[in-house]
Design a protein around this ligand. Structure first.
Ligand SMILES: [Cu+2]
Length: 110
């Protein structure tokens, strides 16, 4: 169900220029160590639209900030992480800065 919702959201975003988000958040399974985090970060930074990347091992969360007015499609994100051996459980887009996401991740650390 979650996957269907994410796909639907992706289709809507692709059709609507005004619905672009500043940050894309993904719940990713298979993230276990700092090397995973580094590899994912490197891979996501290779997208031309990527401005910044934050990875939380504890929360299995990957956040990508996109450049103003740009976006990275759900399929491209999913493929990049799946090819690297991870499973993307959900993709969300929010009009939130990546600094704010980082602050939230930091605050949630035990
Ligand atoms: Cu690892």
């Amino acid at each position: 169900m979650k996957i269907h919702r994410a796909l639907a959201a992706g289709v809507l975003l692709a059709m609507s220029v005004s619905a672009q988000a500043a940050t894309i958040e993904m719940d990713v399974n298979g993230l276990v160590c700092a090397f995973c985090a580094q590899g994912i970060e490197k891979k996501l930074r290779s997208f031309a639209s990527t401005e910044d990347v934050a990875v939380s091992l504890e929360q299995r969360l990957v956040a990508v900030a996109v450049k103003p007015g740009q976006d990275i499609g759900d399929e491209a994100l999913r493929t990049a992480l799946t090819d690297a051996g991870y499973t993307v459980k959900a993709i969300r887009r929010a009009d939130e800065s990546i600094d704010s996401v980082r602050a939230r991740l930091k605050a949630a650390k035990p």
